[in-house]
Design a protein around this ligand. Structure first.
Ligand SMILES: NC(=O)c1ccc[n+]([C@@H]2O[C@H](COP(=O)([O-])OP(=O)(O)OC[C@H]3O[C@@H](n4cnc5c(N)ncnc54)[C@H](OP(=O)(O)O)[C@@H]3O)[C@@H](O)[C@H]2O)c1
Length: 273
């Protein structure tokens, strides 16, 4: 086990999400951050493998001992298999950080034999460091565990702490699945543009850049969605004509309310299953 200045980290699964995490950690090590990395992954991206080698990370060790933080980033269906070998990284002081969707703190704790568990839910923009990750920590986690976990999640984007595990179903339904709702918005906006007469390619370009640009504007100005929406509108104008439909009692709000409720229910059901 390490000193607290140079925590030892083992990552199991360096795919899309695990890869994004470990690239951020490599950057931290290059800047002089004290991290000792071990990574277990059956199919390394060759570039990532070289970068890990260059910072002295240990890759696929035949055997290993306990680390400060064990990070699990395999698909949930691979968890049972991965847990068998991941157990070697777990000692009395190990904190387990899982980004696997739907795997509960209780299951993680039982499979890995540690009461110190953090369950986190990132979303796909995490792959470019622009995601939001919400996490919940088991009561056995110390303040230091939580600080360390927050630092480790930062390469994925913003990190948010949630105080009850049941709320992870809501997080899953809002930010976890949410990028798909926004991509659907871009898709249906393009279809509407085509139906109004634009050619398909132009329609897609206009819709995609509108969604991407609006998101970037919100992020970069820090202004609320409500403020930015009102800036587009003028009384009796074109935006108002559209919003009379979208913001009507049977418009977007009740539709999204139902969609989020359905996703949260599915998350609860999968968790029970
Ligand atoms: N992508 C998202 O938007 C998103 C959002 C929220 C949460 N998550 C969660 O993040 C986790 C990872 O998702 P992902 O998209 O990064 O998946 P992914 O790209 O498939 O990455 C998982 C990696 O783990 C490897 N792996 C499989 N079994 C292993 C084992 N026993 N030991 C070590 N490595 C093993 C896989 O190798 P092979 O390819 O050879 O199997 C793969 O490279 C999932 O649990 C998912 O629920 C993802």
């Amino acid at each position: 086990m390490s000193s607290k200045d140079a925590p030892t980290i083992a990552l199991v699964g360096a795919g899309a999400m695990g890869g994004a995490l470990v690239r951020g950690w490599i950057e931290a090590v290059r800047k002089g951050g004290g991290l000792t990395l071990t990574v277990v992954e059956p199919n390394f991206d060759p570039v990532l493998e070289r970068e890990l080698d260059a910072v002295g990370a240990v890759l696929n060790p035949p055997e290993a001992g306990p680390v400060d933080v064990l990070v699990l980033a395999v698909k949930p269906q691979a968890f049972a298999e991965a847990a068998k070998s991941a157990k070697q990284f777990v000692g009395e002081q190990t904190c387990v950080l899982s980004i696997m969707a739907g795997v509960t703190i209780d299951n993680l704790s039982r499979a890995l034999g540690s009461p110190r568990v953090v369950r986190a839910m990132p979303n796909t923009p995490a792959r470019i460091g622009r995601g939001i990750t919400a996490y919940v920590a088991s009561p056995a986690c110390s303040e230091y565990d939580k600080q360390l976990v927050e630092q480790l999640l930062m390469p994925l984007g913003t990190v948010e702490s949630i105080n009850a595990e049941r709320l992870m179903d809501v997080v899953t339904a809002v930010s976890g699945s949410g990028p798909a709702y926004v991509f659907l918005l871009a898709e249906v906006l393009a279809v509407a543009a085509e139906q109004e007469g634009l050619d398909r390619e132009t329609a897609i370009r206009l819709a995609n850049r509108t969604v991407a640009g609006a998101g970037a504007l919100m992020l970069e100005t820090g202004d609320s969605a409500n403020t930015l929406r009102k800036q587009v509108m003028s009384p009796g104008g074109t935006t108002e004509a559209a919003l009379d439909i979208l913001a009507a009692p049977d418009g977007l709000a009740p539709l999204l309310r139902r969609a989020v409720a359905a996703a949260a229910k599915r998350s609860r059901d999968l968790g029970r299953g």
